[in-house]
Design a protein around this ligand. Sequence first.
Ligand code: UN1
Length: 521
Amino acid sequence: APLPVSPPEHPRSTTTVTRTVTSVVDGQAVPGDHTVASLNPADLDDVVGEVSLAPGRIFTAAAVVAKNAQRAWADVPAPVRGRAIAHIGRVVEENAESLARLVTREIGKPYAEALGEVREIVDTCDFFLGEGRRLYGQTVPSEMPDKQLFTFRNPVGTVAVITAGNFPVAVPSWYIVPALLTGNTIVWKPAEYSAVVSNAFHDLFVKGGGLPDGVFNLVHADGAETYAGLQESLELGYIDKVGFTGSSEVGREIGALTGRHLQTACLELGGKNPLVVTPSADLDLAVEGALFSGFGTAGQRCTSLGTVIVHESLHDEFVRRFTAAVGAAAVGDPAQDVLMGPLLDAKFAERYEKFLGWVQPQHTVYGPTGRITAGNPRDGFVGDPEKGLFYHPMVVDGVRPGDELFDEETFGPIVGVTSYTTLDEAIDLANAPGYGLSSSIYTTNPADAFAYRRGISAGMVSINNSTSGAEAHLPFGGNGKSGNGSRQSGMWVLDQFTRWQSVNWDYSGRLQKAQMDVADL
Ligand code: UN1
């Protein structure tokens, strides 16, 4: 039966404050020192919840709790931890619709996408529950007789997971599921603007998996307090690994802080993801791919499309079809069947407004009603800011390297277009912004597809598919400004949450010295 974690229902509640959510440390609700409201971005009058934000010392306290709980959790046999993951997957599946509705309400993600995101948690559980019965090590021959070598994967210990709110459930699960499975304990700091979803997720995991107190702790805090708590926890040795998904800017800070304490971070940062359209491309397919890549989640995925790089011979026709498709796209209430809803949160809307200022006179701007008069590109784009954080999708033709719009991530519903002559030039343009997360090429020529795959510095390459929408069992991660080369998902993430231990077992009954007592051939 579904668990009694009933998140608020959609359609919207009539009460102003549906609930106050707090940190949960060692199984106890821990209030912070002030609250902020989490608003429905599609209807700013709808207060989804109040989140009680904690000072940094609560983060440190949670890290101590996690440290104390870790040995016992690591002693639970891995197949039994795998069973816990299996239960979590089942409970999440049983509660999928209510969790997805809450995601839609709190961050404005269209319901179909929100449900897909919940599906991604289940996929991740499905993948890792069996890993509990593998977690393979090796047996290795020794250079000496009567001696055997082995390798074991050990948990890293305690993991701080700090995640963004654009994927408030799938992306946290990419860290939390494998970290739990491999015997680590967790302090999770989700985004403030997806706080209510976070508590629902946490409840499902703890109750569904029957997790002992202290194994999975949740701390709500703002950026500065989280940083202070993380710093203190690292200094005192309570945190052994950091998983961070967020902006490249904050990722640098987290990476530097972690490195100073000789720990490593798994960093999943921004992207300026290109989509190349070659002369042999199926143009309608490319348009469809660009539309979803650019405007799905209102362009607020780290894998969202930044710039279409289209062969000069197809440029005009592509722009014609793409802008027509944008004009026909449904934008609005994310509880309905729409391509895009509002931006995630006021903070993002404010930032996005600044990015709109990057449109230059040399660019040609298209909105849903066709070409926008030069001079005032913002005209007609901003929805009713009093009601919801809606923006129209926007296409900006003629962007080039050196333009901010070409070089920088916008995290909003704006897609640039540029053109190229040779494939080499397309690859150079695709690599120019210096990110390296996802990328697409639309072509029916395999030689072009594979030349692109080799030339592009990106963790993920799609051939004839969207830049977004990675599946949960392949390595996920980026190069350059998109991260520090770490990869999540699939079996590759095991290297993030375990450390190899070498064991040498000498049963000869005498001291055999490596390199010194080795028999010559
Ligand atoms: C993110 O935006 O942080 O590949 C992750 C995708 C999703 C995950 C995006 N599966 O678009």
